[in-house]
Structure formats: structure tokens, C-alpha cells
Design a protein around this ligand. Structure first.
Ligand code: SAM
Length: 239
């Protein structure tokens, strides 16, 4: 069921998960939050709007940063967010600066989970929180069609068990971990379906349209939802 038709998240974990991360981390107006791979900026705007904290939002896509800046103006939080058009692999913050890092929507898989977790540990204050969401495989027997559409050959997705080990090895203790409910996927694909009507930008590309139509088809019609899940985790840096 679609529960958030206004969403600008481009991932199945949306607003409620960002808010949960802020509450777990005790975010307040004196807090500093980093949003890695901010996309269209819904996560950054949500956390800034709810907690009035300072946010640094990074994305390697100039188009996404432009969109996110406009969204922050619409939501009345542009003065709270510093946007950076940067590759997270090439950015330095001079040590531990943030109370909370958001890495929503599979960005850890894009930048390499091990490296992303290590960077998060470096950039977080002692006992700071990392909140991330990422695709996992629920079964090792997923059909070829499902593996192909989510590009398992490139990303080599984790299972919940192997992700738990990565988190622990990176020096975090898990405080909350769950799979995003079906409504999260429905909100995500409802947003994607709207964007597939775009005539300019990323979603105007026929190849992108075809890829997303295939993914939606495989997820619902071929019951891909039985084999993939979106893991949401709030973890605390151990020291
Ligand atoms: C699936 S989107 C998720 C966006 C947003 N966090 C959300 O949940 O709606 C992933 C985003 O990560 C960005 N990204 C991927 N690799 C990145 C990198 N190395 N550095 C910065 N951003 C990156 C992409 O440009 C994209 O906007």
C-alpha cells in the first residue's frame, strides 16, 4: 500500500526511518548530521525540519544536488543544510565531526560496504550513530531474473547475517535492525513510476525507463519481493 505519495526518497526506507534515526541518536538543534548520497534531499530535509539540526548533504550527482537544494528551499530548511557535490570516496572532514550519519538507499553498496562503514566510523564522534538502508538477498536461491534485475553480479549483495558481521567488524554495535515493510517498497516504486513520466533529466533516458519498468515487473509480477529485502539499521560506534 502506498502511504507516502509526496515522497522524494529514491529508496524503500523513507521518512519514518529517517525520523527513527534522529530519535535514536537524540538529534537536537546543536547536532551535526551527515547525509551520504542524499539523492533528491528528502532525508536531509526531513531530519533538518524535524530536529532543526545542521546537516551536510553529499551526492556525486550534480542534478540531484540541484534538485535537493530546491527541495530544501520549498521545505524552509535551506539555511540548515550545506550541500556538497562530491564523491563520498574523495571527501575529507578532518576527523570525527558528526553525531549521526545517514546513508540511505543503498549508497554503502555503491561506495563499497566495507569502505563506507570504515569512513562512517572515521567521521562519527565517539558513540555516534550510523543509520543506513541497503538491499540484501533473503535467500541464496533467488531466480536468475531477480539477481539480474538488481545487478547482483556487480553488487554481490549481503545477506542479513553477513551484513551483521560487516557492521560488527567495522566497530559498530547494532541498536536496531529490521526489514523495511512492503509499504516502503510501494512508496518507492510509486515515486519511481511518477518519475518515469519525466521528459528531461535522468529518468527521461529510455534505457533508465526500461530498467525501472523491468525492476517493477520483476518485483511484483515475478514476486521478487520473496527474495530481496531492504535492510534498515541504526548502529552505534563502539568507542
Ligand atoms: C538510491 S539513491 C538514494 C538517495 C537518498 N539517500 C534516498 O534514500 O532517497 C543513491 C544516491 O547515492 C548517490 N551516490 C552513489 N555513489 C555515491 C558516491 N560515491 N558519493 C556520493 N554520492 C553517491 C547517487 O548519486 C544517488 O543520489
Amino acid at each position: 500500500m502506498v502511504t507516502d505519495i509526496q515522497s522524494y526518497y529514491t529508496s524503500p526506507a523513507g521518512r519514518e526511518f529517517t525520523l527513527a534515526a534522529g530519535r535514536f541518536a537524540g538529534i537536537n538543534p546543536a547536532s551535526t548530521v551527515l547525509d551520504i548520497g542524499c539523492g533528491y534531499g528528502d532525508g536531509s530535509c526531513t531530519i533538518a525540519s524535524e530536529f532543526r539540526c545542521k546537516v551536510t548533504a553529499i551526492d556525486e550527482s550534480a542534478d540531484n544536488i540541484d534538485f535537493a537544494k530546491k527541495l530544501s528551499v520549498e521545505r524552509g530548511v535551506s539555511h540548515l543544510i550545506t550541500f556538497m557535490h562530491k564523491d563520498a570516496n574523495a571527501v575529507a572532514f578532518g576527523g570525527a565531526s558528526f553525531e549521526l550519519i545517514l546513508a540511505e538507499g543503498g549508497v554503502l553498496s555503491s561506495i563499497s560496504r566495507k569502505d563506507g562503514l570504515a569512513k562512517a566510523a572515521e567521521w562519527l564522534e565517539s558513540r555516534g550513530r550510523l543509520a543506513f538502508s541497503d538491499l540484501i538477498f533473503l535467500s541464496s536461491t533467488a531466480p536468475h531474473e531477480v539477481k539480474k534485475v538488481f545487478d547482483d553480479d556487480a553488487y554481490h549483495y549481503e545477506s542479513e547475517e553477513s551484513y551483521r558481521k560487516l557492521i560488527d567488524d567495522a566497530g559498530f554495535s547494532i541498536q536496531f535492525l529490521s526489514l523495511v515493510p512492503q509499504s516502503g517498497w510501494d512508496n518507492y516504486y510509486a515515486h519511481m513510476a511518477k518519475r518515469l513520466e519525466d521528459n528531461k533529466g535522468f529518468f527521461a533516458d529510455p534505457k533508465v525507463k526500461l530498467a525501472f519498468h523491468r525492476e517493477i515487473d520483476v518485483f511484483y509480477r515475478l514476486e521478487g519481493f520473496r527474495y530481496v529485502g531492504f535492510l534498515f539499521c541504526i548502529a552505534r560506534k563502539k568507542n
